[in-house]
Design a protein around this ligand. Structure first.
Ligand code: ACO
Length: 325
């Protein structure tokens, strides 16, 4: 049986130059390197320069992904950009990326699912490609969370960073078996009962301000591992595999303790877990494609590897994806 699969042709990323260390944060708010490392695993994060927007990070990541894939920008007919920190309320940041790449055909749009944004964007692009509506997609996660942080709130300002990552997805006919390359399945969930646990206290319709990120950290932590592991089990069941079959676990990088606990509960070996939270902090929708780019560049992630992605974020939203790299 012939089916269309969305195959990853390449990936790329971009991090702003400025690195903000825990020690620098400790000079501004009542915190310490020891507290941040012990509770989160984060040591430093990148912060966008003044005048450097989410679109600028996304364009650099997209160009890197196109170069890595070895394809021309003109072959892209779909751009899905996951972000909660767009340049403007509208138009979509994705159209700025499209324009910068000199693409004037196809479609480009933003998608907002907070930290689960990249999984939602991947699932959306995958469905468009498999339906035959588009042939080749750029899937991007790009954020400047530094712009929505309350820098006086030590409970949140130490956790987040800026960055962007992108992948190129290509629609290819295949027979649809697990050993073949491509996105094997995606699993999306949300539950708005939790929306007050992690939110931004502003917006165009409510306050006409951008607002600041607010979080009940302990509440988020309490739900995170259960939600993440549930949706990973869905991916295992859908594909008839177990944790032993996974080559790489590339989770959303929010907190090392959440990642460790999820991997432990699922019996995923620690050496299969790709960790970037120590150097990037939580870059929301950008964290997974940033981690993919790191593991690809350092030679860990190879063609044919089975890769498990997962994320959980504001809403709550959560989701997983299984793909053969
Ligand atoms: N430095 C020092 N002390 C701090 C800091 C800080 N940066 N932040 C909070 N504290 C203090 C609190 O004030 C509190 O003090 P008190 O006991 O005197 O009241 C104490 O530390 C414990 O606070 P908790 O919030 O209970 O600390 P906890 O152990 O839960 O760790 C943390 C906080 C790291 C935020 C944790 O709850 C967490 O990781 N939660 C999940 C957050 C997360 O991953 N969010 C993102 C997921 S979704 C997304 O990616 C958008």
């Amino acid at each position: 049986m012939t089916a269309i699969r969305s195959v990853v042709l390449g990936c790329g990323s971009y991090l702003p130059e400025r690195i903000l260390t825990n020690a620098e944060l400790a000079a501004k708010v009542a915190t310490s390197d020891e507290w941040i490392v012990q509770r989160t695993g984060i040591r430093e994060r990148h912060i966008a320069a003044q005048g450097e927007f989410t679109s600028h990070l996304a364009i650099k990541a997209a160009r890197a992904a196109l170069a890595h894939a070895g394809v021309d920008a003109q072959s892209i007919d779909l751009i899905v950009l996951a972000t909660s920190t767009p340049d403007n309320t509208f138009p979509a940041t994705a159209v700025s990326v499209q324009n910068a790449l000199d693409i004037h055909h196809g479609a480009a749009f933003d998608l907002q699912a907070v930290c689960t944004g990249f999984i939602y964007a991947l699932a959306s692009a995958d469905n468009f490609l498999r339906s035959g509506a588009f042939k080749r997609a750029l899937v991007i996660g790009a954020e400047t969370f530094s712009r929505i942080l309350d820098w006086n709130d030590r409970g949140t300002c130490v956790l987040f960073g800026d960055g962007a990552g992108a992948i190129v997805l290509d629609a290819q006919p295949q027979s649809g078996t697990t050993p073949e390359r491509g996105v094997l399945s995606t699993h999306l969930r949300s539950d708005g009962r939790h929306k007050s646990k992690l939110y931004v206290d502003g917006g165009p319709s409510s306050s006409q301000t951008v607002g600041h990120l607010r979080m009940e950290g302990r509440e988020v932590f309490k739900h995170a591992v259960g939600m993440i592991t549930d949706v990973i089990v869905d991916a295992f069941k859908a594909n008839g595999i177990t944790a032993d079959d996974i080559d790489w676990f590339e989770p959303h990088q929010a907190n090392k303790r959440i990642i460790d606990a999820s991997a432990h509960k699922l019996h995923i070996a620690p050496q299969k877990v790709v960790l970037t939270v120590d150097r990037h902090g939580n870059t929301s929708a950008a964290s997974i494609p940033l981690a993919l780019a790191v593991a690809s560049a350092d030679g860990r992630l190879k063609k044919g590897d089975l890769v498990l992605l997962e994320a959980m974020g504001g809403g709550f939203t959560w989701g997983s994806a299984l793909l053969r790299w």
